[in-house]
Design a protein around this ligand. Structure first.
Ligand code: HT7
Ligand code: ZN
Length: 896
């Protein structure tokens, strides 16, 4: 496999103007007739037409109605003797493929007797020979023919213009997409499906038909997805003035899907996980995820479909921007300031626990990568989540209105085109010429070109005599693969100053007059180091820095415990309030982990008091504070995860991290027992189920209280709380309460857990998504003496376990491999299991296998004996001769 480089980009030598596809759908052998009108790109020297293909059987090629010579070069079909000149050429290519044998789930495949396609990034070449690159945009007409009894519903992009019966029980449907598109947005679906339908009228007064297609038994689970779609449409009109540009917008759900969903023009295909919900089967998190993913795919209709990527190096152009848009949508839907903050905290937690390690590991790459071997490996948290942060910084540097202006200019300039990340930032800056973004644009773009997480260091100095507070901000960024030196980034630092009594101090920088004093403001750090002097500061302040996480950096600041307690109690920025709790929790965890073994031997002292009394008291005050939302309290009481703690260490002993965190959990459970009991009493009855943020927060906090109470009971031998949890597993009125009660029993290793799991399975054995939860709960169970791996191995033999179904594989295998306490075993058995599964899965689905391979990204940080064992497991995978490019790239980088 060879690498592709961004610097090698060349415009296509040929354009494809129109495509007429005719499919004779058959699971064993589908025939595809592809009629294209192509023409030479006059701006590029004359060249042969090289069409991409993958696992296709070629039957015939015709040019302008006659035969032609052609040759195969690797997977490419090469036409060297096409007519000279500018005149369009009619090409006809007839191929067959075998959808039922397509286990990669890329291209055309069959899932539960239904045909689906997945073409992003390079799946269209598995359907027909084509210029499979996003800058070739064409108009599509698609005719589908299939058995009417087996495939009564035939869908493709755009509008249905004709349908009818054919001979031999077959029928057809002809679809015309009114918009030109790159082939990665092509889709077809054929099968026995039913749809929830909704007619809407847009603000602009246009009528649209919305449809959510699912298997017949699932129709009643589509209400929330449909509502989410309607909210998304209304939001994009209201916030950005972007309207639905299609008469018909369809969503179709499938249970076999490599990722979350796909934004094919007018025919989004979704993993069932992000469509189906009712209160009995879906949790609050599922409901929120559905809203966000439906929004994300819908928002792609403009950011991705109307304006697309010039090449796959620009992937974050559509993904970073669309994640930013879906995050904003979810925040606007959440309503209250507190619910917005909770969403922001959730997003930042993902960034810090998954993207920061990626940026520090072997797969580190810039938001706009410079090279790749397998593009599927670059659908990463860096492209998506860090990309969204880079868009968010631009938003913050030009302001909300300025950003809307920038988006407008972006569409005016680029609608209908395939463009670059630079085109995007240029439009935002050009629409805001006086903004700090415009002022620093070339330097700002380093966020796109430099990998790695910058460290922002803040040092504050209070001069009581002069009544000044000098804040020195500096930045550094560690080298990443291929980038030994980093240049300074533009870092927006939203900040405030707080007095010891918790008052916000007016912020006046030296040289400014009083009128400009604000209580929260943005500093822009553009140099390696800058000093900001605040005047009229009458007492030593505590700085509240990087409010709302205004830049994706690690903030290094020497806060004392007392200062952090002040921020936790008083910061007007809820993000930083939460952040203070996390800094304290992390500090105590690191202290215990790095203490000499006998000083903090948590195994022999399970009751070790690792969290000091002042912190416990602060947490108690948070729990008892009526002004704070339950969801926020739940986040404050969530200790930093094991993987986040591990990331802060130079060398990681995962079992020690696990033991320390568990000891801290136990302390929270026992020392706050009375508080948990009070919380349970106040929050456990959430009334009639509604998946809104307030009641979801109450359920989350009640679930945490129950977990803590079961944990404390396990310690004391008391059986009341496990009994209550068991009862809740039996009669909870919704899946959130039921699964959190089950999880409490499992987490506390209650003897009732096995029985509760059995009942849960019996109740939901017909529901694939709930069974995924059942497997996931067991794969992510808290390890006690190495019990999880044997349980996982047994579960792999369970009749409901299907490794070829990505959701099911993720629910058990990925859950286990991402469960540090269970996975990192001194006997290396976790790593052996990992290597076996990567190799096994790679045999049928390289994309899923490569995701699993990423679990070992940070192996070099492991202490012995883990490190040597991990290396041996990775090398065993590397030694396999027929690895896919996907897995090979990940493994090679890990070992480099
Ligand atoms: N744009 C979509 C990406 C996607 C995908 C990529 C590779 C293989 C399978 C895939 N399924 C979906 C999803 C999105 O970001 O909206
Ligand atoms: Zn996307």
């Amino acid at each position: 496999a060879t690498a592709v480089y961004r610097a090698d980009y060349q415009a296509p030598a040929w354009w494809i103007d129109t495509v007429e596809l005719t499919f004779d759908l058959d699971p064993a052998k589908t025939r595809v007739l592809n009629r294209m009108r192509v023409r030479r790109n006059p701006d590029v020297p004359a060249q042969a037409l090289r069409l991409d293909g993958d696992e296709l059987n070629l039957a015939r090629v015709m040019v302008n109605g006659g035969g032609t010579s052609f040759k195969m070069e690797g997977d490419q079909l090469v036409l060297e003797n096409l007519p000279e000149g500018d005149a369009p050429v009619e090409l006809e290519i007839f191929t067959t493929c075998a959808p039922a044998k397509n286990t990669k789930l890329m291209g055309l495949y069959v899932s539960e007797d239904t045909f689906f396609t997945q073409c992003e990034a390079e799946g269209f070449r598995r359907i027909t020979y084509f210029l499979d690159r996003p800058d070739v945009m064409a108009m599509y007409t698609v005719t589908l023919r299939a058995s009417k009894a087996q495939y009564p519903v035939l869908l493709s992009n755009g509008n249905l213009v004709e349908s009818g019966d054919l001979e031999d029980g077959r029928h057809f449907a002809k679809w015309v997409d009114p918009h030109k598109k790159p082939c990665y947005l092509f889709a077809l679906v054929a099968g026995k499906l039913v749809a929830r339908e909704q007619h809407i009228k847009s603000r602009a007064g246009n009528e649209h038909l919305l449809q959510v297609y699912v298997r017949p038994g699932d129709l009643e689970k589509t209400e929330h997805a449909m509502n989410s779609l309607m909210h998304s449409i209304a939001w994009d009109e209201a916030r950005f003035g972007l309207s639905l540009d299609l008469e018909r917008f369809m969503i179709v759900a499938t249970s076999d899907f490599n990722m979350g969903a796909m934004e094919n023009k007018g025919l989004n295909i979704f993993n069932t996980k992000y469509v189906l919900a009712n209160q009995a089967t879906a949790t609050d998190t599922d409901y929120f995820n559905i809203e966000s993913v439906v929004g994300h795919e819908y928002f792609h209709n403009w950011t991705g479909d109307r304006v697309t990527c010039r090449d796959w190096f620009q992937l974050s152009l559509k993904e970073g921007l669309t994640v930013f848009r879906d995050q904003e949508f979810s925040m606007d839907m959440a309503g209250s300031a507190s619910a917005r903050a909770v969403k922001r905290i959730d997003d930042v937690r993902v960034l810090r626990t998954v993207q920061f390690p990626e940026d520090a590991g072997p797969m580190a790459h810039p938001v706009r990568p410079d090279s790749y071997i397998e593009i599927n490996n670059f659908y990463t948290v860096t492209i998506y989540e860090k990309g969204a942060e880079v868009v968010r910084m631009q938003h913050n540097l030009v302001g909300r209105e300025g950003f809307a202006r920038g988006m407008k200019l972006y569409f005016e300039r680029h609608d209908g085109h395939a463009v670059t990340c630079d085109d995007f930032s240029q439009a935002i800056a050009d629409a805001n010429p006086d903004s700090p973004l415009a002022q620093h644009l070339p330097q700002f773009r380093r966020w796109y070109s430099q990998a790695g997480t910058p460290v922002l260091k803040a040092v504050g100095l209070y001069d009581a005599a002069a009544q000044t507070y000098t804040l020195t901000l500096s930045q550094r960024c560690a080298p990443t693969v291929g980038q030994p030196e980093k240049l300074p980034f533009v870092i927006p630092v939203q900040m405030g100053l707080i007095s010891a009594s918790g008052q916000e101090i007016a912020l006046r920088l030296q040289g400014e007059d009083t009128a400009q004093a604000a209580k929260s403001r943005m500093l822009v750090l553009a140099e390696a180091e800058q000093r900001f002097v605040f005047t009229n500061v009458t007492e030593a302040p505590v700085p509240s820095l990087l409010r709302s996480f205004s830049a994706p950096v690690v903030l290094e600041c020497d806060f004392s415990d007392a200062e952090l307690l002040t921020l936790l109690a008083h910061d007007s920025d809820p993000f930083n309030q939460w952040e203070a709790s996390q800094r304290l929790g992390l500090r105590y965890a690191l202290k215990a982990i790095t203490a000499p073994a006998d000083a903090a031997d948590t195994d022999s002292q399970p009751g070790a008091q690792l969290l000091p009394a002042a912190f416990m008291q602060a947490l108690r005050e948070v729990l008892g504070n009526d002004k704070l939302d339950a969801a926020f309290k739940d986040l404050v009481l969530t200790l930093p995860s094991e993987s986040y703690i591990a990331e802060q260490l130079a060398e990681v002993d995962p079992q020690r991290v696990h033991a320390v965190r568990e000891a801290m959990q136990l302390q929270l459970a026992t020392a706050l027992q009375a508080d948990w009991e009070a919380l349970w009493l106040a929050h456990s009855d959430t009334g009639a189920y509604r998946p809104d943020h307030v009641s979801a927060g109450r359920r989350a906090l009640a679930g945490r209280a129950l977990t803590m109470l079961c944990l404390a009971s396990a310690q004391s031998g008391d059986t009341v709380w496990p009994g209550k949890a068991y009862q809740r597993c039996k009669d909870a009125g919704n899946m959130t309460d039921r699964s959190s009660a089950l999880s409490a029993l499992i987490y506390s290793a209650s003897p009732l857990a096995a029985q509760a799991l059995q009942r849960f399975h019996a109740l939901f054995q017909q529901d694939a998504l709930v069974l995924d939860k059942w497997f996931a709960l067991q794969g992510s169970a808290c390890d006690r003496g190495g019990n999880v791996l044997p349980a996982v191995k047994t579960l792999m033999k369970h009749p409901d376990f299907q490794i070829k179904n990505p959701n099911r594989a993720r629910s058990l295998i990925f859950s286990f491999c991402n469960n540090p306490g269970a996975f990192h075993r001194t006997d290396a058995a976790g790593y052996v299991f990992w290597a076996d599964r990567v190799i096994e899965i790679d045999g049928f689905n390289p994309q899923v296998a490569a995701r699993l391979a990423r679990v070992m990204d940070r192996w070099k940080k492991l202490a012995e004996p883990y490190r040597t064992a991990a290396q041996a497991a990775i090398e065993r995978v590397a030694a396999k001769p027929n690895l896919s490019n996907d897995v090979r790239e990940v493994i090679t980088r890990a070992l480099a």
